[in-house]
Design a protein around this ligand. Structure first.
Ligand SMILES: Cc1cc2nc3c(=O)[nH]c(=O)nc-3n(C[C@H](O)[C@H](O)[C@H](O)COP(=O)(O)O)c2cc1C
Length: 133
């Protein structure tokens, strides 16, 4: 199992409403490719976690990175994971406030390259008591 995390900046007009509409077909693609993950959106800032087989992820990331609807695509992490943190989601979607987003990006940066550290970050993010849940 592999995971890949990146951040980017939405190009106008990629709004929350646009993303909700676009997520339908993206989820269908992901389900076919057995890709799961989460897409966070915070005032035009995006963080996406993708999980799946390495080949499928790298192929998808090449397409996503070239998508003109966002820019500043920056890979934070790309490595092997023990299992899926978002097994139930062909792509979960959350809007988060900017402070929580910045905190999560920082934690992701710290954990990048260390699967053992990444898993607890994802787990704490998923916990219902978190302010952005
Ligand atoms: C922020 C962002 C996240 C995206 N996430 C996904 C995704 O998880 N899965 C996906 O198939 N396409 C995703 N896309 C869209 C791809 O870049 C691409 O448009 C799409 O995969 C093409 O699908 P199609 O060949 O079926 O038209 C994303 C695009 C953006 C801008």
């Amino acid at each position: 199992m592999h995971y890949l995390v990146y951040t980017s900046t939405a190009n106008f007009p990629l709004t929350i409403a646009d993303l909700r509409r676009l997520l339908g077909p993206w989820r269908a693609n992901n389900a076919r490719a057995q890709v799961t993950g989460v897409l966070l959106y915070s005032e035009g800032q995006i963080l996406q976690v993708l999980e799946g087989e390495a080949d499928a992820l790298h192929a998808l990331f090449a397409i996503i990175a070239a998508d003109a609807r966002h820019r500043n695509v920056t890979k934070l992490a790309d490595g092997r994971a023990q299992g899926r943190a978002f097994a139930e989601w062909s792509m979960q979607f959350r809007t988060v406030d900017p402070q929580d987003f910045a905190q999560f990006v920082q934690q992701m940066n710290t954990a990048a390259g260390h699967t053992a550290r990444l898993a607890p970050v994802l787990a704490s993010f998923m916990a219902p008591e978190q302010p952005w849940a």
